[in-house]
Design a protein around this ligand. Sequence first.
Ligand code: KG4
Ligand code: ZN
Length: 353
Amino acid sequence: MLVLGIESSCDETGVALVDAPDAQLPRLLGHGLHSQIDMHQAYGGVVPELASRDHIRRVVPLTRQVLAQSGRALSDVDVVCYTRGPGLAGALLVGAGVACALGAALGKPVLGIHHLEGHLLSPFLSADAPEFPFVALLVSGGHTQLMRVEAVGQYELLGETIDDAAGEAFDKSAKLMGLGYPGGPALARMAEGGDGAAFALPRPLLHSGNLDFSFAGLKTAVLVQANKLVAAQGVASFELLDESVRKSLAASTQAAIVDVLVKKSIAALKQTGLKRLVVAGGVGANRALRDLLNAECAKRKVRVHYPELHLCSDNGAMIAMAGAMRLQSGMQAPLYEYAFDVKPRWPLQAMAA
Ligand code: KG4
Ligand code: ZN
């Protein structure tokens, strides 16, 4: 079974083709990605209308590229999967529209996929694929959740952020430091060589006794600290502070976020008694998070699985993969109906079997 996946929920157009033979893990045949970062950078964040228009420009050429790279024709595709939600409504409509048009033209079924299920199952594309059951830490720009994952479609929410997501905390703090968009990778770079213990920043809900997160207060604490430093050094703005001070504030911010993510993940493993952790979503690319998680999990004999680094942020491969695994598990029949409704807000638990 050949599954084409199309991702267009935010600022990346992704297309991929996976091969899903019966009773075997699907295999990636080819994938293509176009990031809109350069286009949105001038505005300091994603401009939804520009995102939709760019998806329209990119999706068909990317599909052609992926098919050529995989040595397959469009007529070889058995199922077309697309991101149905959550995400930007206009951007989602582009992927859904193209997927349904392809399905209708080819007489092949289509399947709308949950974006977070794509992230969650993306580690199955890596050489070191996990086994069920596991605890999943989903850390993206819009979501921070701990889930117990029993099998495809069997997801129990253990805890989640009550305000900002971890990626948002990176992005907003980076913006305050004049690091531009997207802030996560920029802040991580700035933090290199900085002292993560230099500034005591809050770790909300660390001792709450549950598995929820709160990151909204962090950006205010970072702002207050940055303003203090600017006043103390008598400079006009944060960018004019000594580089070592800026590095240490970035490192302290990263340490605060990473510390909470790691402690809550360990608490989730303890609560469930599971010995396997899967980390997914854009923040999963963060080196400091990976280093601390690896160290803490090794101490407890817990295996940690990550997606390949290039599949941590949004991509078409994870959408094709989630579709293929749903179909293989028999829990989902592909649809020959080409009327689509996208779901900009859509909790992952709605996908539970
Ligand atoms: O999963 P993703 O690509 O898109 C969403 O579905 O949201 O996640 C994007 C988020 C952004 O907030 C970005 O700043 C963050 O992931 N991110 C990182 C890193 N790479 C991406 N945060 C920290 N360190 C990184 N290396
Ligand atoms: Zn994502």
